[in-house]
Design a protein around this ligand. Structure first.
Ligand code: ADP
Ligand code: MG
Length: 314
């Protein structure tokens, strides 16, 4: 569906290496080479390098952060991935598409001052630029949401082409950004279908907990339906494992199942569980501002660079 990372570039893993050279470690499924360090997904650990600066900006690739399960890291990923891409010189627009407004709050944007994404959807605001707010992070802009958005789903039911309203709304500014990240609400209703119809790719955050995979089949089915009927260009950009705790056996088991199920669609970069994320959200900043030296900050920088490496982002 989308470009796969260059496996030949994995350190220590030459294409066509004789199977006899591999050694099974921990009874793991993947062959392992002695002396090579492996990451939580079973692939050799590597650092994704800083990308080349962009000489020009846009048109944006639109990525929907999607999982109908709540609390899996959609909003945290939107905020911190957005900030990391901006730090690498990408122009980023983050769209809050959840009536809870956690993205808006997490970047300390005031959604009661001025129009929100709801106004764009129902047509009470026709100028998308009037809704865009700069965040405290240079290069990261936000279209805020608030509880008004919860009425949109019902209000839009009778609209013509109700599934492609967000796509149409975003078109006016996509040339000015390199990436648009849509933070979906935890449901597969009309708002999420709008996000999937507007998007080029989907990023699915999965919490490394029991039942992480429950409901994912339905999510994939929904993505496929949208692809068939509304948006043939839609692809899966990746599965991001979040809240990973390497000390617990069950997190490692869940990780194994996720890799078994999705293979190379699982990003090599894994987000560990740490209180720095909720703490940063309460402070209204990305973790790269709240705790720049913490591994959590480095982790989302690596997600950003891995997505650039995979050509999911320019
Ligand atoms: P979603 O948007 O999918 O509902 P959130 O990103 O809001 O999920 O995350 C749910 C809660 O978990 C929030 O309080 C958030 O701060 C916290 N959280 C997110 N990622 C992590 C993590 N890697 N480690 C610890 N807590 C996290
Ligand atoms: Mg959320």
């Amino acid at each position: 569906m989308n470009a796969k990372p260059d496996q030949a570039a994995l350190p220590g893993l030459e294409p066509g290496q004789a199977a006899g050279q591999f050694e099974q470690i921990d009874g793991g499924a993947a062959p392992r080479i002695p002396g090579v360090k492996y990451g939580p997904t079973g692939r050799p650990l590597r650092e994704f390098p800083a990308p080349e600066p962009l000489r020009q900006h846009g048109p944006a690739r639109i990525i929907a952060m999607c999982n109908q399960k709540g609390g899996v890291g959609k909003t945290t990923t939107t905020i911190n991935l957005g900030a990391s891409l901006a730090a690498d010189g990408r122009r980023v627009l983050a769209v809050d598409f959840d009536p809870q407004g956690a993205l808006t709050a997490g970047l300390a944007i005031h959604a009661h001052e001025g129009p929100t994404v709801y106004d764009l959807l129902v047509g009470t605001e026709r100028d998308i630029r009037a809704t865009i707010k700069p965040s405290a992070v240079p290069g990261l802009d936000v279209i805020p949401a608030n509880i008004d958005l919860s009425a949109a789903e019902v209000q839009l039911v009778g609209e013509v082409a109700r599934e492609s309203i967000l796509a149409r709304v975003l078109r006016a500014v996509t040339d000015e950004y390199d990436v648009v990240l849509i933070d979906c609400q935890p449901s597969l209703g009309l708002l999420t279908v709008n996000a999937l119809t507007a998007a080029h790719g989907v990023l699915i955050p999965l919490e490394c907990e029991y039942f992480a995979l429950r409901g994912v089949a339905l999510l994939i089915e929904t993505i496929e339906k949208v692809q068939e009927r509304l948006n043939p260009a839609l692809g899966l950009d990746g599965i991001l494992a979040t809240m990973y705790d390497p000390r617990t056996l069950h997190a490692r088991e869940v990780m194994e199942r996720v890799v078994e199920t999705f293979g190379d669609d699982v990003l090599e970069t894994v987000i560990h569980r740490t209180v720095k994320f909720p703490d940063a959200s309460v402070a209204g900043v990305p973790v790269s501002v709240y705790a720049p030296e913490h591994p959590a900050s480095h982790a989302y920088q690596q997600v950003a660079r891995e997505l650039i490496f995979r050509h999911a982002v320019a």
